[in-house]
Design a protein around this ligand. Structure first.
Ligand SMILES: Cc1ncc(COP(=O)(O)O)c(C=O)c1O
Length: 401
């Protein structure tokens, strides 16, 4: 079915004229048009910060940064051995361009923006697949958008494609499907063939909505796993990524939304014009040089290697059950057992609290999430941090087991 954005986006957003900032009109000259302070910053700045002209508003469009991000993702899609299903590779008609991108203050901003763009408060709904990232529910509640929950299959944390399809096809008020791949807290990538089948089946139907693939952790999966290069092939697909994880830049707050130029235009029209600060774009530009990208890949490989070692060492401890989640992200979802050998929330919570309050080692209790009874989510750290973690776990487990 042809993609008709006017049937998907909210009417008030479709008619939005983007805010036109002073710099859209004139870029050079004696710039006294934006009520900036031309005396300069009041804080003492480093030479680098001085060079960023922090007394000026940032560039609302960030084309240079967007281009560098596109070049990187296009290059990875073309990598030999990219693991997206083969028919999809043949279907790449157009490479990503800056028109496919909207940048945000982390992907948390993008999650909220999509809701505001597409879901009418009090009327339309959002589909999520628990256990999943908590911000979808929080943004939905803030925007008065009801959640429809179709749990992941709890044996392998894969999506229930048939249930998702029947839900959205029977309920036109569902406008967005949020899928996390790799998942949080599941650490499991959604099988790409299944994902593509879902997209293909939705393209053939009359559903007026979008599927959002939140790929915050995708760089810890094999290279070529990202669906971002396919937003031009599947107009109902939106992909979210972030510099917070693989790039090690959670502090700069930079999230990326990939979508068709039509969707992207709406998202760019509604965002706050200056959401990406000069400081953020300066660091992000340095993070997308070929050298920095090579370093990012190298760090991801190290984390993946460490993930294997950490898992092996944790599984050898008495009181640890199995790895409940997948092996596609920079964390593990580990079962903590009681004396009877069953995953147990009380024991897991005790271990978690003891580690945090007595041993200064902080992991995350996830036992209350669907299908995660007795589970702790453990981020893979450096080699030394992981060794400390295992030793502390060993001692903590002895106390409660
Ligand atoms: C699945 C998922 N999406 C998005 C985010 C938020 O990322 P950002 O730092 O870009 O806002 C997180 C953070 O933990 C996450 O786990």
């Amino acid at each position: 079915m042809t993609f008709d954005i006017s049937k998907i986006a909210r009417r008030n957003i479709l008619g939005l004229e983007p805010y036109r900032c002073a710099r859209d009109d004139f870029k050079v000259g004696l710039l006294l048009d934006a009520n900036e302070n031309t005396h300069g910053p009041s804080a003492a700045l480093s030479a680098r910060e001085e060079s960023l002209e922090l007394n000026r508003y940032p560039d609302p469009h960030q084309i240079e940064l967007k281009q560098k991000i596109c070049d990187f993702r296009n290059s990875e899609a073309a990598t030999k051995g990219a693991i997206v299903p083969v028919p999809l590779v043949e279907g790449v008609e157009k490479k990503l361009t800056p028109e496919n991108l909207c940048l945000g203050v982390g992907s948390d901003e993008s999650i909220d923006a999509l809701l505001r763009c597409f879901c009418q408060p009090g009327k339309e709904r959002l589909l999520v697949c628990p256990p999943t990232y908590g911000m979808y529910g929080i943004c939905a509640q803030v925007n008065d958008v009801e959640l429809v929950k179709i749990p992941l299959k709890l044996d392998d944390f894969q999506i229930d494609k048939e249930m998702i399809l029947s839900s959205v096809l029977n309920d036109p008020s569902i406008k967005l499907i949020y899928l996390t791949s790799p998942g949080n807290p599941t650490a499991a990538q959604i099988d790409l063939t299944l994902f593509v089948q879902l997209l293909e089946e939705l393209e053939q139907n009359t559903w007026h909505g979008l599927v959002i693939a939140d790929e915050a952790y995708v760089d810890f999966s094999p290279i070529g796993s990202s669906l971002a290069p396919f937003v031009n092939k599947f107009p109902r697909l939106v992909v979210l990524q972030t510099l917070s994880k693989s790039f090690g830049l959670a502090g700069i707050r930079l999230g990326i939304t990939y979508s068709t130029p039509e969707v992207s235009l709406l998202l760019n029209s509604m965002k706050y014009p200056y959401n990406i600060s000069n400081l953020t774009s300066d660091v992000a530009l340095r993070a997308t040089t070929p050298e920095a990208l090579a370093k990012m890949r190298e760090t991801c490989s190290t984390i993946v290697e460490q993930r294997g070692i950490l898992l092996k060492n944790l599984l050898e401890l008495k009181g640890i059950g199995k790895n409940r989640g997948g092996l596609d992200a920079n964390f593990l979802l580990i079962e903590v057992l009681n004396k009877e050998g069953n995953p147990d929330n009380e024991v897991a919570n005790n271990v978690y609290n003891y580690l945090a309050t007595k041993r200064n080692v902080v992991v995350r209790f996830r036992g209350k999430e669907l299908g995660c009874t007795g589970c702790l989510r453990v981020t893979v750290g450096t080699e030394k941090e992981n060794e400390t973690l295992v030793e502390e776990f060993r001692e903590a487990l002895k106390r409660y087991n």
